[in-house]
Write a protein that binds this ligand. Structure first.
Ligand code: ATP
Length: 206
């Protein structure tokens, strides 16, 4: 199987910023968030089950899933959240694992926010963590999502601690500096990790 580099980090840590740089180098990127959207696209059996459970109101005017409304409905309701997770997680996992198995790339970057939480590390040859301080994480995610600080704090509380995540890291990109100062450094790290992963991937094939 293709050499798999799992890329993870907490909410707002900079995973997309980093994975975009790998993609620019021509590396295949599989993003769990994109897969999670595909499995509930218009016309999918999973969307039909969600509508059956929550009612037609869960759809927007285009008859697509209204993700914000769904988030609201499950946010403070563990029963509904568990129902949804039990429906979606196996499908997302199955789709992603199939993509990993079908890939013909030398290596690929697999972006999974909850890689550790959902015990997906077993599928990875190597783990790359994007690390930021919780204060910066809170500030960036609040700004990007136009969310309340409390909402982001709650999401952070459902994710593994910074220390635990770091204990899984084979490689680390630190993203604490403001982008104007840090971007060149991040780019250099991505370039050198790319060379390293190509070498490791070739060794795996032998
Ligand atoms: P999530 O998992 O929550 O979707 P993510 O880990 O993919 O987030 P990004 O979307 O890359 O994180 O970054 C979060 C936000 O912070 C974005 O708005 C991004 O533009 C911004 N950001 C990323 N890195 C920096 C940085 N070094 N300085 C300032 N802003 C940054």
């Amino acid at each position: 199987m293709t050499y798999v580099v799992g890329l993870t980090g907490g909410i707002g840590s900079g995973k997309t910023t980093v994975s975009d740089l790998f993609a620019e180098l021509g590396v295949e990127v599989i993003d769990a968030d994109i897969v999670a959207r595909h499995v509930v696209e218009k016309g999918t059996p999973l969307l039909a089950q969600i509508v059956e459970h929550f009612g037609e109101d869960i759809l927007n005017a285009e008859k697509e899933l209204d993700r914000a409304k769904l988030r609201q409905m499950v946010f403070n309701n563990d029963t509904e959240k568990n129902w949804l997770n039990d429906l979606l997680h196996p499908a997302i996992r199955e789709t992603m694992v199939k993509k990993l198995q079908e890939s013909t790339a030398c290596y690929l970057i697999w972006v999974v926010p909850l890689l550790i939480e959902n015990k997906l590390t077993e599928f990875c040859d190597r783990i790359l963590v994007v690390d930021v301080s919780p204060e910066i994480q809170l500030e960036r995610a609040t700004k990007r999502d136009k969310s309340k600080v409390e909402t982001i704090r709650k999401i952070m509380a459902t994710q593994v601690s910074r220390e635990e995540r770091l204990s899984y890291a084979d490689d680390l990109i630190e993203n604490n500096l403001p982008i104007e100062q840090g971007f060149v450094l991040i780019k250099e790290q991505v370039n050198s990790l790319h060379q390293k992963y190509l070498t490791l991937a070739n060794k795996k094939e032998k």
